[in-house]
Design a protein around this ligand. Sequence first.
Ligand SMILES: [Ca+2]
Length: 716
Amino acid sequence: MNNLRSDPLKLASLVAAVTVLFPMVGSQGQPVSQGPAGKTAASAFQPPEKQQPLDSARDRPNIVVILTDDLGFSDIGCYGSEIATPNLDRLAQAGVRFTQFYNTAKCHSSRVSLMSGRWCKQAGDTGLQRAVTVPEVLGGAGYFTAMAGKWHLDQQPTDFGFQRYFGHLSGATSYYKGDKTFRLNGQPWAVPEKDFYTTVANVDFALKFLNEARESQKSWFLYLAFNAPHGPLQPLESDYKKYLGKYDAGWDVMRAARVAKQKELGLFGAGVEPSPRPEHIPAWAALTPEMRAWEARRMAAYAGLIDRVDQELGRLFADLQQHGEFENTLIIFLSDNGACPYDRRSVGRELEPYNRDSSWSDSTGWAWARNSPFRYYKQNQFEGGIATPAIFHWPAGLKTKPGALVDSPAHLVDVLPTLAEISGAKIPATWPDREPSPLAGISLKPILDGQSVPSRPPIHLLFGSDRGLRDGDWKLVSFQSEPWELYNLAQDRTELHDVAKQHPDIVKRMEQQWTEMTKNVLHAPAKDYTPVATMPSLPHKHGQWTDYTSLDASSARHDAAKQKKRARKTEAKAEAARDEGSGIRARVNTKLTIEGGELVLACSGNDSGLSFDQLPDLKVHGPYKLVFNLQSKAGGGGQIFWTLDAGTKLPKGQHQAFEVRHDDDWQQITLKIDTEGKLYALRLDPCSAPGTVRIKDLKLLDAAGQTLHAWPSKEK
Ligand SMILES: [Ca+2]
């Protein structure tokens, strides 16, 4: 298979062709942030004319990894979009684009794999306890390391090797108001009341950090993780108005235009068969006028969010050029998962999306069109969930032809080994207080050198109950543990012709391999590799896909779900009242009784466990240890969550997973709560499947092993 193509790019003419359908305004808006870099006019950078080769290790490249959030495969110009992304398109024109680059289909797991070079669970999930991170590896080689944007993992970036950090620890945030998880270099950072916008602020701080890096005279690594275009859809006014009215023709027309542009760009060769509109999305023409008006506004909001990312990147690239760094900086552009179909609740539909009080949710119809030409969405392991645009740009280092397309499969886990190789950094095999697992990724440097890559080990795919395996041209995939489907991606990239029945031997071999990797490489709990269903339940559905039966359907369903949740909370509160004096509260789906000094938890569903709402006012700082004896007839893994401040509501904050045997034998568990602050709240989830769990001798200890508190404090 020829993995590297250098089809000439015709981006400029193609942008023009698509604008016949979606005429665009050419002018660029002004950023609004009053961040540390002050107001800077957005300026599109111009690609340099001459390219100088990298001569030696003394010129180790600077590195920028740009991660967008919930960006669909076709959402930028050089991957088929009509949205104006001239700065990214110019990167593509001079660099290489991958046509089969994979993420993990979900926010946090993609960030784990990107940072660690490992499958999410293999790395110890968001705790990263079985990993060493990119900034730790590059920092060890003398790089200045900085991050701006969304973290979404445990602790803070400054705990994992970033020397500078600005951004939010949370998985989603308001673009205008931010949230309480913003941090600057490890300290809480108050979001300004006015003139704040995440996409702009991230680049403001990135530029500030780069100035510090330059003062340090070191090569530098910048990880820029935009929250855009993740919901809530809150574009800037100018960016939104640029696209308002441009999507009135609807998703069928937009999808067809994107597929046509992708064909002209040569992304898949000529033969790609775009997936048809699925049964859960109506034809645009079948929607009511009100629904069409609402949906067209939603797509204008997405376009505004994406356009702004490109404008801010233009500002970053111009800064690199100004400092003579653009030549020898490796820039990588990626998305953490495919477009999001989960339509939760749109607040302020009657307002404009740039009104600070509005908060619009995602649209399944547009998610389908944004993932052109693929099937399915964020969280699914089909190509629509896991295929990301991937641009690599590095004038001084790339030996590929400008605008080349790479067809070799690649994955986020490859980023760490690639960066280690090009920077000459060593990847440590050990790390204090962690147990690094073997790397899952391979270095992509041979591709950047213009050679094809030797065959790679299979790509393991898992999020929740969605699973899959890519091995050579074959892909085995399951929608939420429905029966396996098998596709030959060399012939059928859009997964339309399931050949599982024709090749039971391949299905069996790949299923065995997937299961073996899940068990022995990821060390995932047994519930993750229970066999898939034998009979499909079709058509596939999801409770949070947009309900197009009426404009209010999704909101009504959301409200019903919320009411149910409230009722469950009230029940849990009543239960807690009965346990008053023990200092602990049974969580949802949990009935707590105290028998002879043992805490007996009858767990009936998700998120069951104990909350320590009345944690004694601790006089002692961490680190702490939580120790207990546990006997379980439930299932799944255990987790503890904790926070040091009243502003963080669990399960946000920090967490740690622990292994539990469910064999009904007593086991002693010791969990280290690694903090130098004072513990504010704690939660213990001893299982993730129904059953009875008994806990005794539950104690919180200080660093010296002294008991700070023991439960139950009062026998009932
Ligand atoms: Ca995401």
